[in-house]
Design a protein around this ligand. Structure first.
Ligand SMILES: Cc1cc2nc3c(=O)[nH]c(=O)nc-3n(C[C@H](O)[C@H](O)[C@H](O)COP(=O)(O)O)c2cc1C
Length: 197
């Protein structure tokens, strides 16, 4: 097995003007870099062109469809990643449409890869989106790790500069998730070279 660090893509799932997602993603990416076992790439879905109108054929029949030119960079970075952490709020108790569209436009990019979550929101702290994402990624043959980070009522937890008022517990949760993610990503990266069962 190669000793090169695994590639972790941190995906900012919300794209609306004034969103809080980048603050949470910046916080998490700093912890992921400090963890030391991943090469970290922060992917902002707002920088990609992701139409809601999907290709004519389902991904199982055409896993690599013609995609808009504005999605080329996103697709390349998803393909290169060994593991993902999705940073997501709850939108009406579920996943932002921007994130669901980015997932649905891809297929092999998720296959047999490890996925972790950082949620934030009102009372539900992103957990409702995270539970839906676990179902979605199950269909895509990805493995979602047990541990996660959640920020319910995030607006009470961060100051105006995007710093956590009480950083220790979230830092411990992030480290625990990154440990688990690294174990699974290592195992799955090795397994991806084996013949498919
Ligand atoms: C369309 C929409 C639906 C929302 N639904 C929920 C919800 O179901 N539960 C919740 O706790 N917060 C909900 N919120 C509040 C968001 O979690 C909060 O606005 C958060 O900042 C959204 O993430 P963003 O700023 O990165 O877009 C909703 C916000 C929007 C815009």
């Amino acid at each position: 097995m190669s000793n090169a660090p695994l590639k972790l893509a941190v995906i900012i799932g919300s794209v609306r003007e004034g969103r809080f997602g980048p603050v949470v993603a910046t916080w998490f990416a700093e912890h992921a870099r400090r963890h030391g076992s991943f090469e970290v790439d922060v992917i902002d879905l707002a920088e990609a062109q992701i139409p809601l109108e999907l290709p004519a054929d389902p991904p199982a029949l055409d896993p690599d469809p013609q995609r808009p030119a504005g999605m080329t960079d996103l697709t390349r970075r998803l393909t290169e990643a060994d593991a993902f952490v999705i940073v997501t709020p709850d939108y009406n108790r579920s996943v932002p449409a921007s994130l669901k569209a980015a997932i649905d436009w891809h297929f092999t990019q998720w296959d047999a890869k490890a996925i972790g979550f950082v949620g934030y929101s009102g009372a539900s702290g992103g957990l409702l989106a995270i539970e839906h994402l676990r179902q979605i990624f199950n269909e895509l043959n990805a493995h979602t790790v047990r541990n996660y980070v959640s920020f319910p009522r995030y607006y009470l937890l961060f100051d105006g500069e995007g710093r956590l008022l009480e950083p220790d517990e979230p830092a411990a949760a992030a480290a625990a998730m990154l440990d688990q993610l690294h174990w699974w990503a290592s195992a799955l990266t090795a397994a991806r070279s084996l013949p498919v069962a």
